[in-house]
Write a protein that binds this ligand. Structure first.
Ligand SMILES: Nc1ncnc2c1ncn2[C@@H]1O[C@H](COP(=O)(O)OP(=O)(O)OP(=O)(O)O)[C@@H](O)[C@H]1O
Ligand SMILES: [Mg+2]
Length: 337
């Protein structure tokens, strides 16, 4: 019998691990830095520190792309490193609950299970839970007894739109517009309107600061390279221009939410209308998305207090609360050990 449980939410940008022993949530960048093709240089947040700053001999990469595991070997290495760090006194057998996206192929889903099994982390039992179900639990929704819950999770590379009912997923749709696309929109605007080249990290910082800057009527102070002179400069940019150029991406998310609503069986629609939709995921905090979503759908938008952690908080509930255990399962063809 294993005596500890770990919960894992592997995001494209962040990995979150719940450790039952001390009831803690660990989060780092899901990134690995390799030097000269084979030497492990850094992982997690310290690999991200090197990103966009390292010489060509160092490759810092995300092993998960668009929510699915693209680089199995590096993902196994990362998981083993993180679990070893969390297992003070050495790796011991443990049980695992891992979240998987819904609207992906069976092979892609199975890869999450295989990852835990093959990472060399002494996994005893491995349970899988649908990300949206965990999300619902993390948002304090009684997903087992609710008959129509709409969750929109705007992460780094994907937005996952899901309709839940009675603990299962009725409809799900993944689209590749989320935080990373918002960063890209900001970079493009800054380049086109202000002749300034900025990096991904700068764009992300601007995105995160937009809300408070707009509310306090301040401009964004932006450092980058001037396209014309080629020199590094500082420029002030009104955040409203960035907001206006993010609207195309917001529209894509909104249109997809509407599409899911149109396909939702009417009996579930009534519950959704009463309760509103639930908006979560790190990038859901971007300025203006919540009110625009509410306006376009006519639904109340419930936002989350911990949008970055809602999935892992739900996984912790699956682990700790007996009544939610049944929400975790083995994917067909996989056997628990
Ligand atoms: N305050 C904020 N305002 C806007 N965006 C934010 C804020 N905080 C974090 N983000 C964005 O949230 C994104 C990360 O969210 P999250 O951790 O939910 O993604 P992920 O789970 O790693 O990715 P995915 O779900 O796509 O696989 C990043 O793009 C980050 O810039
Ligand atoms: Mg996520």
């Amino acid at each position: 019998m294993a005596n500890n449980y770990f919960g894992i939410d592997i995001g494209t940008s962040n990995i979150r691990i719940y450790n039952q022993i001390d009831n803690s949530i660990f989060m780092e960048k899901n990134m690995i830095a390799i030097e000269n093709g084979n030497v492990l240089l850094a992982y997690g947040d310290s690999a991200f520190d090197m990103y966009e700053k390292a010489p060509a001999s160092i490759v810092a990469s995300f092993p998960v792309i668009n929510g699915v595991i693209a680089d199995i070997s590096n993902m196994e290495t990362l998981l083993k490193l993180f679990i070893t760090d969390l297992s003070k006194g050495g790796l011991k057998p443990a049980d695992y609950v891992i979240a998987v996206p819904t609207d992906v192929t069976d092979v892609e889903k199975r890869a999450f299970y295989d990852l835990v099994e093959d990472a060399g982390i002494k996994a005893h039992k491995i349970h899988v839970v649908e990300k949206a179900v965990a999300d619902g639990l993390g948002l304090d929704i009684d997903v087992k007894n609710s008959q129509g819950v709409l969750i929109v999770n705007v992460g780094y590379s994907t937005t996952e739109i899901s309709i839940l009912s009675l603990g299962g997923i009725v409809l799900s749709r993944i689209l590749k517009v989320a935080g990373k696309q918002f960063d890209e929109d900001i970079r493009n605007t800054v380049r086109k309107e202000f002749n300034l080249l900025i990096g991904e990290k700068t764009a992300e910082k601007i995105k995160i600061s937009m809300s408070s800057l707009i509310k306090s009527g301040q401009n964004v102070v932006c450092y980058g390279r001037d396209i014309v002179s080629g020199l590094p400069i500082e420029r002030e940019i009104p955040p409203e221009i960035l907001d206006a150029n993010l609207r195309d991406s917001f529209s894509q998310i909104i249109d997809n939410v509407k599409m899911v609503l149109e396909r939702t069986p009417p009996e579930l629609g009534a519950d959704i209308y009463r309760n509103g939709l639930y908006l979560t995921g790190g990038a859901s905090q971007i300025y203006n998305l919540a009110p625009l979503l509410s306006e376009a759908t006519g639904l109340k938008v419930n936002t989350s207090e911990d949008p970055i952690d809602s999935v892992i908080m739900g996984i912790a509930k699956v682990i700790n609360e007996e009544k939610y255990r049944s929400l975790a399962f083995y994917i067909e063809g996989m056997s628990g050990r």
